[in-house]
Design a binder for this molecule. Structure first.
Ligand code: BGC
Length: 761
């Protein structure tokens, strides 16, 4: 855990440049707008430790799979979010001395992320080898008002000299992915141009043939007026285009470079129109100017914050944490484009390929349901509907038949990309996360029509998978699920993981309900689905019923708890508190063999199931399971603490809930798991939001009604959040004095607060 960032309600602040923390900061200070994202790399050259990262939503590369021992059924490739052309570069050279913070003395370094306005700033004083001192201030944003635009203001003030400087302002598609399996470069040049004041490069991805056009224009000013430029040289090489501008930097006077960059992809434009469209974005940007563009961008943020801010009084660390999480989530996915999804690292790093995981359905959906119009969550569901054919193909490759759908663990276009057998083939619970998300969505929005329109087709496919994946054990006289990995990935190839069995059986029940609903609501559509999917209703549903009735659930009767999987109690049961500090995190310190044999749990597993199906269990059962499993859990998946916060809050374990909240909220800010340099944990950020709203706020939806059962952590004076619910906007404020509820817009609504009915008007 590191605590080098200053606490502030609206800002993330780093003071002093410590090169060891640079990659962490590059992740934490990332900016994006749903269409593109950028790590907080420096504009100028930097030869120190850095992970350069610019990303464009939806653009990926199928990197050929690399595994030691090939297993039949492995996918051919791992789809990677691409490190996209660099649009931020501004290199500075003064009398042949390059400005490079790894090679000069740096003072007064400050990096600030203003979350309220989505603005990244950086300032420092650098002393070059010959004693020349200069002050640099840079600001940049990825426009929320125009997803294809980024803008930079980079200002240099010489402190003790006047000299000619060369400014290289460029776009560069000659970039690599650090995680490239065969050190291959993924981009090829299609087109480039450089002229005075402008450069454009169109690059194409190998194999997937996405085109990305990256263009830039710039304006140089000294003391607020157009600078006298001595000379401009055009710079072009493979995949690179730019201008080298020679200007005189005058002692005490500020020279500012305004760089406007447009990043457009063939996902949104015809390939032959990209350059034209890029020029248009740039023309408009230059004529609007940096300040106007920033204002437009900040206005969108203002509106976003009105929709989804959470305020916490009395605890700045917690306040900063939640805002950071909401900020990152909001700039990763805006919900406007149903082809897009939320990668576990969003636009902040390469790890996890930037692809879609079950994280979206199991963790992110509730955030978007409550903070945005229903269309956003619906788009996330439709994304999976569009992948149904691929999920069926995926199941077929593994030997399933008759339209069984097995959703991938990791995907970009519906095809499986993951290639570790214990996850690809065995972590099968993920296919049901798609079904659970539908339930969540319908419960929240009441949009049952979703089932007729899209949902039932998906459910039938998933139900078919389960009905083929289980097998009947004559020995137990029950259906069992063998050879699986549950959510706790520190156990592989186990039999009867309770969470998996529970979810499988639940999916079959839910699919049956969906069949009944669609039949009663729209028989014509039902018949269409029957013929499209070759649904043999009687035969298939009777098999589902039999499985549901005879599913096996491992239990420890003696302790009165659910068993994570068969044989779990054969392990030596230790507690996390008994582990030595040097052993953590286990996944970086222990051999895999040792992890597998230990009782330590990576992330909520039994408790994940209890969280999803809370109303199926009485409070004593929840308590016993929590008391048993939480002390064994190392929370080495960022997805883990939030589930525990929600259950601990329900059980009245206030201080445990609060500690785990801080861990999820400040996971990246304080680098708890020692891995933030690879990127921020975007999907678990939705879990942080849930920790406050569903955990401390106790929000639930049951039979169309909103329930709140809040408490306030001792450390806080008050907290408040806003919820969109069925056409209304509600504000809930919880303080030591009590709970205030307000209907900000929409029709009157009856809600339940701590067991009492409240009429909101
Ligand atoms: C977790 C998975 C998760 C993945 C991506 C892993 O560490 O165990 O549950 O889907 O990260 O966030």
């Amino acid at each position: 855990m590191k605590e080098y960032l200053k606490h502030h309600e609206w800002e993330i602040i780093e003071e002093g440049l410590d090169p060891h923390y640079n990659k962490i900061s590059e992740s934490v200070f990332s900016i994006g707008n749903g269409r593109m994202g950028q790590r907080a790399n420096f504009e100028e050259e930097y030869t120190g430790e850095t992970l350069r990262g610019s990303y464009v939503a939806g653009v990926y590369y199928p990197d050929k799979t690399r595994v030691g021992w090939w297993k039949n059924g492995y996918p051919e490739y791992f789809a990677k979010v691409l490190n996209a052309p660099n649009w931020i570069g501004i290199h500075v050279s003064i009398d042949n001395q390059k400005l490079d913070l790894a090679k000069c003395k740096v003072e007064d370094f400050r990096r600030v992320l203003d979350m309220r306005r989505g603005l990244l700033s950086r300032s420092f004083v650098a002393t070059l080898g010959d004693g020349r001192k200069l002050r640099v201030e840079s600001k940049r944003f990825c426009s929320m008002a125009n997803g294809e635009l980024g803008a930079i203001r980079y200002a240099i003030t010489p402190i003790n000299f006047t000299a000619k400087a060369l400014l290289s302002i460029y776009v560069d598609a000659d970039v690599v992915n650090k995680d490239s399996n065969y050190d291959e470069k993924f981009w090829e040049e299609v087109y480039k141009e450089a002229s005075e004041g402008k450069a454009i490069v169109t690059a194409q991805t190998k194999k997937t043939f996405f085109h990305v056009t990256t263009g830039m224009r710039y304006v140089v000013e000294t003391d607020g007026k157009k600078a006298a430029i001595d000379r401009i040289n055009l710079e072009q090489r493979e995949k690179f285009a730019g201008n080298i501008v020679q200007v005189e930097l005058k002692e005490g006077k500020e020279t500012a470079i305004y760089k406007y960059a447009a990043v457009l992809s063939s996902e949104n434009h015809a390939k032959d129109q990209l350059v034209k469209a890029c020029n248009l974005v740039l023309d408009n940007a230059v004529s609007a100017g940096f300040n106007t563009l920033l204002e437009e961008h900040a206005k969108v943020w203002e509106h976003k914050w009105e929709e989804c801010d959470i305020t916490i009084e009395g605890d700045i660390a917690a306040q900063q944490g939640i805002r950071f999480n909401i900020f990152q989530l909001t700039q990763t996915y805006t919900g406007e484009d149903e082809r897009l999804n939320i990668g576990p690292k969003g636009f902040t790093g390469e790890k996890y390929g930037g692809s879609t995981y079950w994280d979206t359905e199991a963790y992110c959906l509730p955030f978007y349901l409550s903070t945005a119009e229903p269309k956003v969550a619906r788009n996330l569901l439709i994304y999976r509907y569009k992948h149904l054919d691929k999920a069926i193909e995926n199941a077929k490759k593994l030997g399933f038949k008759d339209g069984a759908a097995f959703y991938p663990f990791v995907t970009m276009n519906g095809e499986e990309c993951h290639n570790e057998w214990e996850i690809t083939f065995e972590e099968i619970h993920r296919t049901s996360a798609m079904a659970y998300a539908m339930r969540d969505y319908i419960e929240y929005t009441d949009d049952k029509a979703y089932l007729s329109e899209y949902g039932l087709e998906v459910l039938i496919g998933i139900a078919r998978y389960w009905s083929q994946r289980v097998n009947f054990s004559a020995e137990k006289n029950k259906f069992v699920v063998l050879g699986v990995t549950g959510p706790n990935e520190y156990e592989n190839n186990v039999n009867n993981n309770w969470y998996t069995n529970y979810l499988g059986a639940w999916t079959l029940r839910f699919t049956q309900q969906a069949v009944d609903y669609v039949k009663s609501a729209d028989m014509k559509r039902f018949n269409e689905i029957v013929s499209k999917t070759n649904f043999r209703e009687e035969e298939e549903t009777s098999r589902w019923k039999e499985i549901v009735e005879k599913m096996y659930y491992p239990m420890d009767e003696k302790r009165g708890i659910i068993l994570q999987q068969d044989g779990f109690m054969d392990k030596e049961i230790l507690r996390v508190s008994e582990l030595k500090k040097e052993d953590r995190p286990l996944n970086q310190k222990w051999s895999w063999d040792r992890i597998l044999r230990s009782c330590f749990i990576k992330q909520a597993d039994v408790l994940q199931g209890i969280y999803l199906f809370e109303d199926d269990f009485d409070i004593e059962t929840i308590r016993k399971n929590y008391d048993f499993y939480e002390p064994l859990t190392v929370h080495e998946s960022s997805l883990s603490p939030c589930v525990h916060v929600i259950l601990a809050s329900k059980l009245g374990y206030k201080s445990n809930a609060y500690d785990l909240y801080l861990r999820t909220a400040r996971l990246d800010l304080d680098d708890y798991n020692n891995d933030t340099e690879e990127g921020c944990h975007i999907t678990s950020m939705a879990g942080t939001w849930m920790s406050v709203v569903k955990g401390f706020g106790g929000m639930r939806v049951r039979n169309g009604k909103l329930y709140f059962n809040p408490f306030i952590p001792d450390q806080w004076k008050s907290y408040s959040f806003r919820i969109e619910f069925r056409g209304r906007v509600l504000k809930i404020k919880i303080s030591k004095e009590g709970v205030e509820t307000k209907l900000e817009s929409g029709a009157p609504l009856e809600i339940d607060v701590k067991g009492e009915t409240v009429q909101l008007k």
